[in-house]
Design a protein around this ligand. Sequence first.
Ligand code: PEP
Length: 251
Amino acid sequence: MTRQKIVAGNWKMNNDLSETEALLGDLKNQVIPENVTVMVAPAFTNLYSAFDSVREDAIEVVAQNMHQASNGAFTGEVSAAMLLSVGVKTVILGHSERRQYFNEGSKILSEKVNAALENNMTVIFCFGEGLEDRKSENHFEIVKQQLAGGLFHISEENWSSIVLAYEPVWAIGTGETASPEQAQEMHGYIRTLISENYNNTIAERVSILYGGSVKPGNAKEIFGKKDVDGGLIGGAALKCEDFMAIVNAFE
Ligand code: PEP
């Protein structure tokens, strides 16, 4: 995958079947700019109907999570093959809520990344520091550890299946946004890390999304930064009007 402009809506544990259909129905009536890849991540129960409803449209349906095993006795879990069987080819891994509430650390995440890549899926790999890390100016070190632990074992070839999402935890769902300068500073650092661990071509090609209270009012400024390729959107993705304003925020 070469560097693309991406806006992905993470609907989290919101929207039942009819609400999902209604929101997708609204989104399908919108004009999606040709230069932007738009993704939405409904709950597992709604993935198939969502995929079915956007087959003909420029909206990709992605999953919020998956299990690392191919199958077996893992009650309540969903595998890569199951996602593929309902048309889902991209999965969000390492979201801070998975890290925080479901104890997903680097070991599990690296296994999940491997399982997704082995199944030729694209991974949106999320990472970002907490408030204490930011206050103690440890944010670069935390991001480095999260990338090294969960992702930097993959081969050069596999980077074409990776999208990164830098999401400072202190800005998720809080209304607090990293300033465009803070986002740019970290995205630039992430490219440097990739360049050091792989090479400059990979660092320049990978799309790096920013996530954390992106809204219609701040998207343009954030997306205007040179190393920010789009956003992973939570709350504002639940309203068609707000989400589309963000999709249309690129210069
Ligand atoms: C998210 O959960 O990925 C996110 C960025 O949420 P919000 O936009 O609501 O901060």
